[in-house]
Design a protein around this ligand. Sequence first.
Ligand SMILES: Cc1cc2nc3c(=O)[nH]c(=O)nc-3n(C[C@H](O)[C@H](O)[C@H](O)COP(=O)(O)OP(=O)(O)OC[C@H]3O[C@@H](n4cnc5c(N)ncnc54)[C@H](O)[C@@H]3O)c2cc1C
Length: 332
Amino acid sequence: MEKILFLSHTDENGDLSSIALEALTAASETAAGLGAELTVGLFGGTVTEALRRIDGRVLIVEGAEFGVSRYATDIAAAEALVKAGEATIVIAPGDSRTLRSFAGLAARFNAKVDTHVTGIETAGGLRVSRWFYRQRMQAQLSRTARPWFIAVEGGVFRPYEAKGSADVRRLSLDPPSTRTQVVEVRAAQSGTQTIKPDAKLLFVAGAGWTKKQKDGNVHVDEAAELILDFLKKADASLGSSKSLVDLQGEGQVLPFMSHLNQVGQTGSTPRHPKGLATCCHGEEPHVVGWRFINERRAINLDANCGWAQGKADVLYVADAFEVMREVNRLLG
Ligand SMILES: Cc1cc2nc3c(=O)[nH]c(=O)nc-3n(C[C@H](O)[C@H](O)[C@H](O)COP(=O)(O)OP(=O)(O)OC[C@H]3O[C@@H](n4cnc5c(N)ncnc54)[C@H](O)[C@@H]3O)c2cc1C
């Protein structure tokens, strides 16, 4: 019989992130589908809050040294949990902290590893699916090799809801000696943190924000103000077209924008329930990055822009400066 281990670190509050709760649903459904045993393996500075959200058999490694994201301590804790859980299949959230040591962890067990998994099926044997070639081809994979380590993408499964209580076993583990001291965490963005995978709304800015407007002038400072004000009030994540981030490389156009924000064929494929594109033409290489956005709206001066060609649910043919000024005013 397969033995499935859900493996995750906790966050700074000792809780599980939403992507971790989603991966736990994936592990729980996989265990149910295969008739396998499920163990939850948690590590972190503290796991107290996380324990309120889970049930069943739980193994924990807890201690201040395991509270920070550091390869040596993360992999030591994870290794102890995989060993104690005698796992044949390990399912983990595909977040940046996990992925940093996941392949190394798999190597310690001579395991096979698949990341960016967006679907798991159990009927007729375990199969996982993931996208290749910039989200253009989807493949289903099955493996006979065990252990099999699987990192799941966010936004695919429902967050886990516990039905019972947790039966907790604490593993005592001496932290390995480390040379790395974690001093602080700095966000990749300069200034405001604009990429928020958990946000309900993706706000995309296009190059139009930097173009001459109807008075014959550019209004980049006002554009920056309107965009930041909206992001703050709506708690939205910021995406960009390629043209805008490329302009950025030529000079500081919008100070908070970087290539990390680029959505599209050569950018990211974020997952948010809703998206609003502003001053962005909606060309195919950009819109292909919107394939997981459920409800799409766009604001463009051009009634014939790409969004009007069946790519958006709603297109507002309007001046984005005026619309966003009013939206920000209404948001208060
Ligand atoms: C191989 C390849 C890969 C690519 N990959 C990507 C990718 O990953 N992501 C990506 O985004 N692009 C990508 N592109 C580029 C893509 O084809 C477009 O060139 C790009 O998306 C255009 O950006 P934009 O819409 O911001 O700019 P523009 O095409 O310049 O459009 C600006 C828009 O702003 C509107 N506008 C101006 N002022 C206002 C206003 N006041 N109110 C409302 N609207 C206004 C205009 O009407 C116009 O539609 C790729 C291209 C190639 C060839």
